[in-house]
Unconditional design. Structure first.
Length: 91
């Protein structure tokens, strides 16, 4: 029997889906920051700008797919984007 003084969060959404959404959002934010920095540069690198925008759009597309992802797919997306964010922020 559960303790009546302990809140029950079992009906709340989250878990793999929320982790995946947060991971993708962090990557999208990284790309957005880089795009803004490229815009502010005295001479923008159009090739880099195109790459950044394409990568951000791909992340946004993946984020949209999370709405219908099952928990296994959401966990995979979370892992992929967590690794990508680590790679992006360490380079």
């Amino acid at each position: 029997m559960s303790d009546p003084n302990t809140p029950d969060f079992s009906a709340l959404e989250g878990g793999e889906e929320q982790q995946a959404f947060d991971a993708v959002r962090a990557v999208v934010n990284w790309y957005t920051t880089q795009i803004a920095a490229e815009h502010r540069a005295p001479v923008s690198d159009e090739r880099r700008m195109g790459e950044l925008k394409a990568a951000r759009q791909a992340a946004l597309d993946d984020q949209a797919q999370l709405a219908t992802a099952d928990p296994e797919e959401a966990a995979r997306v979370a892992a992929v984007y967590a690794a990508r964010l680590k790679e992006l922020t360490q380079s």
